[in-house]
Ligand binder design. Structure first.
Ligand code: MC0
Length: 153
């Protein structure tokens, strides 16, 4: 069951400058930062709020590390801005299959590694009214980070 908004992915040219904007304007702090080589991004997760299923909602700031990465290609056409939305679920495998059965293209056969050791997959934006949509199951306790509560059914 998709139970919350896990994050909104925002593409930016300069991660440090964008982090500074969100901090100076709204007071948001970086909860976690990493490079995801497979996805071709340098990212910062800004934790906005906890949620009643034990998870949390984040802004995910994304700077491409390669021009031919999904974010790099998208920015070449669109510049900075909202790149995708992500729904949190306790079972990304089951929810991806349920969505696939409804005729929506799921981009990965098996979920891949996402931020903070989450498991993620994406739905094709052309099947989602123009919105690149991610499904994510958080890791129970991401390595080296403040515990991120496991989601429950
Ligand atoms: C592409 N399109 C989008 C879009 N990206 N529409 C809305 N939102 C987006 N973000 C549209 C293009 O404008 C184009 O439409 C059509 O989709 C095909 O795009 P393309 O530029 O030709 O590129 P493709 O087909 O090679 O790839 C598009 C696709 C790709 C969505 C399959 O970007 C992809 O695999 N995305 C999933 C992975 C991803 O985005 N990773 C970055 C976040 P027109 O009308 O011009 O034909 S990584 C992340 O978020 C991780 C770290 C995490 O959360 O933990």
């Amino acid at each position: 069951m998709l139970s919350r908004i896990d994050h909104i992915g925002i593409a930016c040219f300069d991660l440090d400058a964008t982090v500074a904007f969100y901090h100076d304007t709204y007071g948001f702090e970086v909860f976690h930062s990493e490079v995801n080589e497979e996805q071709g991004v340098l990212e910062a997760m800004l934790r906005i709020n906890g949620t009643d299923d034990g998870g949390a909602s984040y802004l995910q700031l994304l700077q491409p590390i390669r021009d031919d990465s999904p974010v790099g290609k998208w920015m070449a056409k669109n510049g900075e801005g909202v790149h995708h939305i992500a729904f949190g679920t306790a079972d990304v495998d089951a929810d991806a299959e349920a969505v696939r059965a409804k005729g929506v293209r799921v981009l990965y056969d098996t979920p891949r590694r996402g931020s903070m050791d989450s498991r993620i997959t994406f739905l094709h934006p052309k099947d989602c009214h123009g919105v690149l949509t991610e499904l994510v199951t958080a890791a129970p306790t991401p390595g080296g980070e403040e515990p991120r509560s496991p989601e429950s059914h």
